[in-house]
Design a protein around this ligand. Sequence first.
Ligand code: DGL
Length: 271
Amino acid sequence: MIAIFDSGYGGLTVFKPIINLLPQYDYIYLGDSARVPYGSHSPENIKRFSEEAVEYLFSHGAKLIIFACNTASSVALCHVQQKYLKGKDEKERKILGVLIPVAEEVSKITKSNRVGVIGTSATISSNVYETEIHKINPKIKVYQQACPLLVPLIEEDWHKKPEAISILKKYLKPIKSTNIDTLILGCTHYPLMIKDIKRIMGKKITVVPSGEITAKSLKDYLARHSEIEQKLSKNKQRKFLTTDSPEKFKIFTEKHFGMRIALPQKVELKS
Ligand code: DGL
């Protein structure tokens, strides 16, 4: 089974392209909505939340976990990979994130070598996008902007309101003035505002969400790693787990993602 982990509903922007591209597998989606937003927590807390999610998912049959959450990928991915994939476990199971595939893709897209990143405070403070992009091409200049209010607005379904658009404009103004030609949406939730982001940034800027890129990268990964691929069950099952209200999760998912889902199961992650 493949597990998709996010701090809330936003990871569905990654989950949806994955199931569209790879429908044959069984999936479990875990949204830790009780503790969202991760992006405003300390690195220590984000690592602890991520450990709890990984332990839960591995103990419930996951063989491959995708960290759809940019914040958890930025702050905790290396930590959990080192902690849970040692020795023989390394061949038995995997944990992958969203950052490296996105860094590789934007390095191909940018013509001016000027790339912007918007994300949560924790993602931007970690500087991981710049680090990964510079491993590929150190000449690319990376301009970053934290947008901490956007996730709570989206989770509350307030993101189409004029107040949200005016906050978005304030966040994008400094990054627009840097003459970037490519903008990474370094947060699972921002694709829900992509139309407004594109309109504010203008036609010359390519706006890059992580969902489709992660899905393609996963397909490629599975083609290259038969030792993991063979362990994945293929009955097209989808299961949703949340640490908060299952009803709210279902309503949000059906409204914003056009997916009809069974009522998610409420789970407790804290050990
Ligand atoms: N999933 C998070 C991310 O992609 C956004 C929400 C949060 O801050 O927890 O960064």
